[in-house]
Design a protein around this ligand. Structure first.
Ligand code: SAH
Length: 219
């Protein structure tokens, strides 16, 4: 049996993680509750073993199928923006990928629904949730541009791949008062906040971003 060390040693130790958290603070992440979850979540189990020594660098890492695990700054920043709007109970994540962002969310909100279009990535993400004992996550293999209408509406939606335009279907699945954090754009992307109000939506561009594209269909 393969033994996985959740606490980490050397380059994956708590000390290394503390340095990462300090760097995120310097880059402007200020929500200490989010930072604490970043500190305690073993990012090294979300990448191939050959890359685990780089897991606590503030850098995006490949996870196969031309996809990447977002850089810790991005995960922390998006999470802090998502939670800034209150305490969402039910959250949809579009683009489970490695499951790292999913695991971070699952420690901060009661219930996470996550969708992914690439089956094998989702299977790995699932087993990592199990390993961490996070049992408040539901997975679906689907084209997430459509969201997960059967389970909606959601208090918050986090999208981790970039569409050219904000998908209407996702706005429809937000509760009134709900917030979506989503990278938007083709060549030039912006991390964008979409707040649903009783009058419609309020959209705010936050900062430039670089994400893999939101693609249609499943594989
Ligand atoms: N949150 C992930 C980031 C993965 S990268 C992590 O922490 O690892 C973005 C992910 O979005 C990829 O896994 C990609 O397959 C997925 N994706 C892209 N378009 C999608 C779509 N239409 N529906 C669902 N997932 C999609």
């Amino acid at each position: 049996m393969k033994v996985i060390n959740l606490n980490g040693i050397g380059m994956t130790s708590l000390r290394t993680r503390e340095r990462l958290v300090q760097r995120l603070r310097e880059e402007g992440v200020s929500d200490e509750i989010v930072l604490n979850v970043i500190r305690t979540t073993p990012r090294h189990i979300f990448v191939d073993e050959a890359l685990s020594h780089r897991a606590y660098e503030d850098t995006a890492l490949p996870i196969g199928f031309n996809q990447t695990l977002s850089q810790p700054y991005t995960v922390a920043r998006m999470t802090e923006l998502l939670l800034q709007n209150g305490a969402p109970k039910k959250v949809l994540e579009v683009g489970s990928g490695s499951g790292y962002q999913t695991a971070v969310l699952a420690q901060l909100v009661p219930s996470v629904f996550t969708v992914e279009r690439i089956g094998p990535l989702q299977e790995k993400a699932k087993s990592r949730m199990k390993l961490l004992g996070l049992d408040n996550v539901k997975f679906l293999h689907t084209d997430g541009g459509m969201g997960w209408p059967e389970k909606g509406p959601f208090d918050a939606i986090m999208v981790t791949a970039a569409p050219e335009h904000i998908p209407e279907a996702l706005i429809d699945q937000l509760t009134i008062g709900g917030r979506m954090v989503i990278p938007v754009g083709a060549d030039k992307q912006y991390l964008t906040i979409v707040d649903r109000t009783s009058a419609g939506v309020e959209i705010e561009r936050v900062e430039p971003a670089r994400f893999v594209p939101l693609l249609a269909g499943i594989r």
